[in-house]
Design a protein around this ligand. Structure first.
Ligand code: WTA
Length: 650
């Protein structure tokens, strides 16, 4: 972030106190911070009692092998039972779990009782396919109810799922299936996106050419597209699941039973398999969902407008809302299909009271204009949330004004795939919100901002965000790579978790997030690694070398800009053609979200004497800025060469 943007942020003096009625009835009051501070462990034990345990834990936290944590040691629990069965047993079976809306306008209403039946049937079908506790199951699906059913069926059996975002390519899917050695894949023929059916099954077929150990593929029929069929391996969901009994007795597993693996980008090319386990994860998602969204299960209609393929979907479409027995909205498609008011139409139709989405969506809505939301009745909304990237004050204020009718609090929630649940956020009934600030760590969470030496910075200064105490929903390790877990998160500042984000404490000590400090980009709230895209580019036969940077972008936060050196045989071709060929190649290797916005063909890349590419300088070029310090370059004329080359190409 530029220093100008930073000082703008810090001169933000608008404040939004909680509305009086919301504060008076709020789930959480100021006192909760002190209560948690007095005894953090007792506080989390109290939150864990929101859940139903078959056997209570003997020890709340075992940190003796830090940084490998165990929470609620000895406790026995089943995540699916907590999300579904217990609500039915409590007499709430008729309550709606999801109002689902397909992109073409088809709808399904699913009650908790129906969800229980579907999850039980799917669990029975998975057992028939040989799935046992501990087996990994890959899920590659559109945003349809069966995706939730599939996840919960896995959880019910103690079989960790790994959901791969439907926008990822066959190659990305293959890498993830191989990394966690999944033996069963659940997918569908496709889903609807931007007004047309998009296929998923062909990518699975391609991925599985190199995954010989996958024995079964369960396929949901959604779009009725033609699909290729591998006899003996492929099974239709409706044939395998519909015939099953709606009875399935859940087994209660150890609190540390793996619940899921979610792959996310790191600073090196290979995606990291973030491992979450059951008891601690479910405790913190249930608590944070209830506290930060001020959930009133009897009256709220809650909507996280995100994809289930990301952690936000796991924690706040599936596990959090279901653990709390809430009614949610789930929408399959894009916000501009068939028109740019689709979200607002849905809010009016279902009477949504709480909306949670990403700043990149908010900035798109701002660009489309105030008229779209103005045409719909949004008066049911009482609370808005933001996640995934820093929300700039203008977007915050627009969101509050045009969506929230200038009445709803906005909670800017900071967290990560690794943290599993919200960590830093305002509390809507307590906090006087500052546009652009995530404010402070939630009760029971300890965060700080430190300098290079790991020393907490004084108020008014910036540094690195760290988490100084273990938390229940923390990742337990990286799948199959304990050492990388230690190196990535716990080595930079011994004793603390290094989040990879820059942050600033303002004069009041409140926290502002300033974006990544490593080689991870944030494009429309999606984490992408510069190295991963560079590897994809270099895997193309015409590319000799590549460097990727994230350039600031008004809508998507950051945009991918790639600098490539072509191999001699390919040089001299048409720059536009090369650009589009390489963009398609990246889409094929990783997925369309990773496509560079711009590809610049250059003769040389700026490198330090130790051979490291100086991305900082390339970012200056990509953002059309004055160049920073070039003295550490091996050859300081390289940048002149790049700049003149690009200018003459304009
Ligand atoms: C960024 C998404 C500023 C941050 C839940 C983090 C944010 C990364 C915020 C995690 C926020 C997330 N303000 N930045 N409120 N929320 N981030 O794993 O850089 O997809 O490290 O998890 O997104 O992205 P992930």
């Amino acid at each position: 972030m530029s220093s100008e943007a930073l000082s703008n942020l810090l001169h933000e003096d608008r404040r939004f106190p909680p509305p009086a009625d919301l504060a008076a009835a709020a789930n959480v009051t100021e006192a909760e911070y002190a209560e948690a501070d007095a005894d953090r462990i007792a506080f989390w034990e109290k939150q864990a009692r929101r859940l139903s345990w078959a056997k209570e834990w003997d020890q709340a936290l075992d940190w003796s092998k830090a940084p490998f944590a165990k929470w609620f040691v000895g406790g026995k629990i089943n995540a699916a039972y907590n999300c579904v069965d217990r609500h039915v047993e409590a007499g709430n079976g008729e309550k709606v779990a999801y109002h689902w809306e397909g992109e073409p306008g088809d709808t399904r209403t699913i009650t908790y009782a129906q969800l229980k039946d579907e999850v039980s049937k799917a669990a029975n079908a998975l057992v028939e396919l040989g799935v046992q506790a501990g087996d990994r199951v890959a899920i590659y699906m559109p945003m349809i109810p069966e995706t939730v059913v599939a996840m919960l069926a896995c959880a019910r059996l103690g079989a960790p799922h790994t959901v791969v975002f439907g926008g990822f390519s066959a190659t990305a899917l293959r890498d993830r299936i191989q990394d966690c050695d999944a033996r069963v894949v659940i997918t569908s023929d496709g889903g609807y996106r931007r007004g047309a059916p998009a296929a998923l099954k062909p990518a699975v077929d391609e991925a599985l050419l190199e995954c010989p150990d996958v024995r079964s593929v369960l396929v949901v029929k959604r779009t009725e597209q033609d699909v290729a069929w591998t006899e003996g391996r492929d099974v239709w969901w409706h044939e395998a699941v519909e015939k099953q009994s709606t009875e399935h007795a859940p087994e209660f597993f150890d609190a540390e039973q793996p619940l899921y693996v979610m792959y996310t980008s790191g600073t090196t090319g290979k995606p990291k398999g973030i491992l979450h386990t059951t008891g601690g994860y479910l405790t913190q998602v249930a608590y944070t969902h209830w506290a930060v969204f001020d959930i009133k299960p009897d009256t709220d209609i809650y909507w996280t407008a995100a994809d289930i393929g990301w952690v936000t979907g796991h924690s706040y479409i599936v596990y959090g809302p279901l653990a709390n027995g809430v009614t949610s909205v789930m929408y399959e498609g894009t916000p501009d299909t068939p028109h740019r008011g689709r979200w607002w139409e849905l809010i009016a139709k279902y009477g949504v009271t709480i909306l949670y989405c990403a700043p990149t969506a908010i900035r798109s809505f701002m660009k489309w204009g105030d008229d779209f939301p103005a045409k719909h009745d949004l008066s049911s909304l009482r609370l808005l949330g933001s996640v995934g990237e820093p929300i700039n004050p203008e977007a915050y204020v627009w969101y509050r004004t045009h969506i929230g009718g200038d009445r709803t609090p906005v909670v800017d929630t900071w967290w990560q795939t690794e943290t599993g649940a919200l960590m830093i956020s305002p509390l809507p009934g307590v906090t006087h919100g500052k546009p652009g600030a995530a404010m402070k760590a939630l009760p029971g969470i300890s965060a700080d901002v430190v300098d290079d030496a790991g020393k907490p910075v004084p108020d008014g200064s910036g540094g690195y965000l760290v988490l100084t105490q273990p938390w229940p929903s923390m990742l337990r390790t990286l799948w199959g790579d304990d050492q990388r877990y230690v190196d990535t998160y716990w080595s930079r500042f011994p004793g603390s978790y290094f989040a990879g984000d820059g942050a600033k404490k303002d004069e009041d000590g409140d926290i502002w997030l300033l974006g990544r400090v490593d080689d991870v980009m944030n494009v429309s709230g999606h984490r992408l690694s510069t190295t991963e895209i560079e590897s994809a580019l270099v895997s193309h036969p015409s590319v000799a070398e590549a460097a990727v940077v994230g350039a600031t972008d008004a809508t998507t936060g950051q945009a991918v800009v790639a600098f490539v050196i072509l191999r001699a045989a390919s040089a001299g071709g048409d720059a536009d053609e090369v650009g589009s060929m390489l963009r398609d190649h990246v889409a094929k290797e990783i997925g369309p979200i990773a496509k560079p916005r711009k590809i610049l063909v250059v003769e040389e890349l700026p490198k330090t004497r130790s051979g490291k590419i100086m991305r900082r300088l390339l970012r200056d070029v990509a953002e059309d800025r004055e160049l920073g310090d070039v003295t550490t370059l091996t050859d300081s004329t390289v940048m002149d060469l790049i700049k003149t080359g690009l200018d003459s190409g304009k």
